[in-house]
Design a protein around this ligand. Structure first.
Ligand code: ARG
Ligand code: ZN
Ligand code: CA
Length: 354
């Protein structure tokens, strides 16, 4: 235990020395506790899902990638480590965020104010790959554009339903200062009617410059699955998010109650390293964000406030829960810090921050 502690402290010093002119990190902040880190989650066992059954296929996909590449765990560990060092340094007046690592990392409060870094507003160009087996699935440009508009509203906190956030969480609503522009839409006719979650669509239609562009495949996944994403650190050849056409955008071929474009908001959250709000486990398993209250499972439908789990009110209106599209309307300040960490120097999405 002590050995590991020293090892981490030494690793932190390496990070510090690379950035010594930018951030003056105090020694205390150098040490981040990684003892709660996990990537693999039990899926479908009812464990970590008080309602049992339904799971986000982002986690299924992650488990498969972890099996396929024994080095992925270490890669994600390092990304997490860097994220925690960044979060520890980002905290302070105006930010008030932490990494929720139980090691004094931050605390809540704050909200708004200056970005926790000097990257300013990060604009991500998006390639949309529409794969269709019938004319409905060949969604219109209007529908594609509606999704880009929703992403921009949600990630910049200009969504009008943010006004519904209860007072308890109102100060935590975050403008992530990440936005999106449509770079191109590619269309492919293909007889396949359901593509599954094993990345077959990405093998058939590979991502275009995924280092600098968010790639979104819009194709029927099947099995009632709305979408799935790949976390930072995964293989370049499969980097991006997949969404079924009925859940993409907020106009055209869309299906209630997932017809407000929030599936993409949720999946792009994963793509920027956000975990599910309940941490895919019981009360003590965390999403590594301190200002999102602990919960023991996902919420569905449109829960009324307050919904109490793990002795606190759930942030059911967070995009990283499982509620209906019109019942989710915020990212938190802590999630903002976590997302922005991936764009920092040596971060997994550094190349996207210009
Ligand atoms: N990956 C999740 C699923 O496929 C997406 C949940 C998105 N939630 C939403 N309200 N759009 O089930
Ligand atoms: Zn998810
Ligand atoms: Ca949390």
């Amino acid at each position: 235990m002590k050995k590991m502690f020293l090892g981490l402290a030494a690793l932190a010093l390496v990070f510090t020395s690379c950035e010594s002119d930018k951030n003056d990190i105090t020694e205390e902040q150098n040490i981040v506790d990684m003892s709660d880190f996990y990537v693999h989650t039990d899926i479908g066992s009812g464990e970590g899902d008080r309602n049992g059954g339904s799971t986000c296929h982002t986690m299924t996909n992650l488990n498969r990638l972890l099996e396929e590449d024994p080095k992925l765990y270490d890669k994600m560990y390092n990304i997490e480590y860097q994220s925690r060092v960044y979060a520890a340094n980002a905290k302070g007046p105006g930010n008030g965020n932490g990494n929720g690592n139980g090691n004094g990392g931050g605390g809540t409060g704050g909200g708004g104010g200056t970005p926790p870094d000097d990257l300013g507003v990060i604009s991500i160009p998006v390639y949309v790959h529409v794969i269709y087996s019938n004319s409905q699935e060949n969604i219109s440009n209007t529908q594609v554009n509606s999704q880009i508009a929703v992403l921009n509203e949600d990630f910049r906190a200009t969504n009008t339903d943010a006004s519904q956030v209860p007072t308890e969480f109102a100060g935590l609503v975050a403008d992530s200062e990440v936005q999106f522009t449509l770079a191109n839409t590619f269309r492919y006719s293909n007889p396949a009617t359901s593509w599954g979650t094993n990345d077959a669509m990405k093998a058939a239609y590979p991502p275009v410059t995924p280092q600098t562009h968010l790639n979104i495949w819009v194709c029927n996944i099947g099995g009632g699955i709305l979408g799935y994403a790949q976390f930072p650190g995964g293989p370049t050849a499969t980097d991006g998010v997949v969404i079924s056409p009925q859940y993409f955008g907020n106009t055209g071929f869309v299906s209630a109650p997932f017809d407000e474009g929030r599936t993409a908001t949720h999946e792009v959250g994963h793509y920027l390293n956000l975990r599910h709000i309940w941490g895919d486990g019981r009360c003590r398993q965390d999403d590594f964000v301190s200002d999102t209250p602990s919960s023991d499972g996902p919420n569905y439908g449109c829960p009324s406030y307050p919904t109490v789990n793990c002795k606190s009110n759930d942030m059911t209106m967070n995009y990283m829960d499982y509620t209906n599209d019109d019942c989710m309307y915020m990212f938190s300040e802590g999630q903002k810090v976590r997302m922005r960490s991936v764009f920092q120097t040596d971060g997994p999405r550094e190349a996207m921050a210009n």
